[in-house]
Ligand binder design. Structure first.
Ligand code: ZN
Length: 214
C-alpha cells in the first residue's frame, strides 16, 4: 500500500491566482490542480524551499482553448543560476492529466525532475516578454481613457511619435466604459497620457511603436 506523504522532504510553497499556501501538503497541491479547470486565469506554482536540480519552480496552467483546439495543460519549469536574470525556462503542453500528476508528484515527493525531452526551451520568448512588460502594460492605457487624459498635461502617440497636450484631441471613439482618443496628427488611436505611469518621451514612444506596429 502506498501512502501519500503529507509533506515533502524539500518543502514547497504553493502559489495560485491571489492564493498562497506556505509549506503546502501534496493534498493541497492536488486540490489546487483540480480547481484549475474551473478558472483559466488560475495557476498552480510549486516553489521548493531549495532549488531542485537548478529549478526554482514548477508552474501549471489550464488555459482557455479556442474552438477546435485540444484541451490541455501547460507545464513549465523555471531554472535559475546565480541571479534571477540568469534563467532558463522549459514548457510542455499535454492533455494527459496522469502525466501532469506524475510530474508534480515526482517533483514534490522525490525532489526529482522528469526527463525534459520533448519540452520546449522557451527562454528567449519569456525573456522578450519580460523585457517588454512595460510596453504591454502601457498599451492598456491607450483605450477607454478620456477621463484619465483629462487630468494629464502631456500625452503622446506611439504611431507617429508626436507629443502634445490632450486638449488638442478632437476625435474620440466610443468604447464600452469610456472613450478612446484619436491622434490629431496621424488619425490613429495610439495615444497614451503621462498618468499611465510610463515616460511620454520620444524614446518610449519609439519602443511602443516598434513593439505594437512592426
Ligand atoms: Zn499619431
Amino acid at each position: 500500500m502506498r501512502f501519500v506523504r503529507r509533506r515533502s522532504r524539500v518543502g514547497f510553497d504553493l502559489l495560485g491566482y491571489q492564493k498562497y499556501t506556505k509549506d503546502a501538503t501534496l493534498g493541497q497541491v492536488y486540490h489546487a490542480l483540480a480547481c484549475l479547470r474551473e478558472d483559466p486565469s488560475d495557476f498552480v506554482r510549486l516553489v521548493p524551499h531549495h532549488k531542485i536540480s537548478g529549478s526554482v519552480y514548477l508552474h501549471v496552467t489550464h488555459p482557455l482553448v479556442g474552438f477546435g483546439e485540444e484541451d490541455r495543460y501547460l507545464l513549465e519549469f523555471h531554472f535559475e543560476k546565480d541571479s534571477p536574470e540568469d534563467f532558463r525556462h522549459f514548457r510542455v503542453a499535454t492533455s494527459d492529466l496522469r502525466f501532469v500528476v506524475g510530474v508534480i508528484t515526482k517533483y514534490f515527493e522525490r525532489a526529482r525532475l522528469p526527463s525534459l525531452r520533448g519540452w520546449r526551451d522557451v527562454t528567449a520568448i519569456l525573456r522578450e516578454e519580460i523585457e517588454n512588460a512595460d510596453l504591454i502594460d502601457a498599451h492598456t492605457f491607450s483605450t477607454n481613457h478620456r477621463s484619465q487624459l483629462a487630468q494629464d498635461t502631456v500625452c503622446g502617440c506611439f504611431n507617429c511619435g508626436k507629443i502634445f497636450s490632450p486638449g488638442e484631441i478632437q476625435r474620440w471613439i466610443e468604447d464600452p466604459g469610456d472613450e478612446t482618443a484619436v491622434c490629431p496628427y496621424c488619425g490613429i488611436n495610439a495615444v497614451i497620457g503621462e498618468s499611465c505611469g510610463y515616460p511620454i518621451t520620444p524614446e518610449f514612444l519609439a519602443r511602443m511603436r516598434r513593439y505594437w506596429f512592426f
